[in-house]
Ligand binder design. Structure first.
Ligand code: GFB
Length: 330
């Protein structure tokens, strides 16, 4: 199934120069991969990437060297150690260390080599656990964080502040975007480390293949989450790179959320309608609700265009087409 996020018109008057080199840090991940696809669709001629084996983004001198040799003009900083609720809560040291280091090295190298513009990607988990909903940008640092992802959130907050301070102190054009929960092609389908949507797709699919009668869903089913297709996110990133140069971070989401129970029913309907669902309340729920206020992004002329149901069907098609590879990721 072809899906297209629709905000194409603005590229006709884009300020971005498509012949300048663009570095997508994290191109092997779901987000970086989607940004590469989007840039390529839009005709960017020099999309630079670096494999982990070639460049350790946690190592400042290697990153400096890479930037000096490759001279990117635009940078999308989508690299990082990421995962779902279980990976986040059991590997907090790794999530904090890796992400702190990656953000710092890339931002510093971008300053040293006078990159024209950098977009840093954070996460909606930066906001306090009990934020007022929908969560506006100014909720940042207004209360305690959700404990299951505190390490990751602190690294992401440090990344935002880093970009803001580099903009203020050095005059760098470094901007920051905060996406909500993401899904789409190239997601991580490993059941221990994945996010909820790929985990549910895999659980229902495997249950169908094995003729099982019950699928287990973690937690109570009552938390609410907002899901943005990664192709929409990639489109929003290019839009912000093109038209936004403010210091304040910008939320990126759809503006609507669903309960995990409702999500499980949707995935069941698409993958295996006959099966029963049970909830395992020994597993953590995480934040009770995480819905972003996207009014700032709307004012900047962007909105999501991929609805959840076709988006899930698209992700499920990708999973079926890449079954062996998808199950090994993570
Ligand atoms: O997607 P998820 O891991 O991320 O979990 P968070 C969302 C909700 O789905 C939680 C429930 O309430 C989970 O308990 N859930 C139900 C499941 N079944 C499953 C399952 O099989 N696997 C998973 N993973 N969840 C992450 C943060 O939080 O969100 C990260 O840990 C990051 O920092 C990311 O920000 C976007 O939304 O709870």
């Amino acid at each position: 199934m072809a899906l297209r996020s629709g905000n194409l018109a603005y590229m006709q008057y884009s300020e971005l120069n498509r012949s300048k080199p663009v570095f997508v840090a994290g191109h092997n991940g779901m987000v970086g991969g989607a940004i590469v696809r989007r840039l390529s669709d839009l005709g960017f001629e020099q999309i630079l990437t670096a494999d982990r084996s070639e460049l350790d983004l946690r190592d400042q001198s290697s990153v400096n060297e890479w930037f000096s040799s490759n001279k990117p003009e635009y940078v999308y900083l989508a690299a990082g150690t990421v995962g779902g609720i279980m990976a986040n809560s059991t590997r907090q040291a790794e999530f904090l260390y890796d992400n702190l280091m990656i953000h710092a090295t890339v931002v510093e190298a971008a300053r040293l080599t006078e990159v024209e513009k950098l977009l840093y990607l954070g996460s909606s988990c930066i906001y306090p656990r009990l934020s007022e909903q929908p969560i506006s940008e100014d909720c940042l640092l207004q209360g305690p964080l959700e404990p299951t992802n505190e390490g990751y959130a602190i690294a992401k907050i440090a990344g935002i502040k880093l970009c803001q301070f580099y903009a203020q102190q050095y005059g760098c054009n470094f901007i920051t975007a905060m996406p909500t929960n993401l899904y789409g092609p190239n997601d991580n389908y490993d059941l221990e480390s994945s996010h909820v949507l790929p985990a549910l797709i895999r659980r229902f699919h495997d249950a169908k293949s094995e003729g099982e009668e019950i699928v287990t869903v973690w937690g109570s089913g009552s938390p609410r989450r907002e899901f943005l297709h990664v192709d929409d996110l990639a489109d929003a990133c290019v839009h912000l790179m093109d038209g936004y140069s403010g210091v304040e971070h910008v939320n990126v989401g759809t503006g609507t959320d669903v309960s995990i129970a409702k999500l499980a029913h949707l995935v069941r309907q698409i993958v295996y309608p006959e099966v029963e669902i049970e909830f395992d309340t020994s597993k953590p729920d995480g934040m009770p609700r995480k819905l972003l206020d996207v009014s700032k992004l709307s004012e900047l002329g962007w909105r999501a265009t991929i609805d959840l149901e076709p988006g899930i069907k698209h992700a499920y098609d990708w999973f079926c087409d890449n079954y062996s590879e998808a199950r090994g990721v993570g």
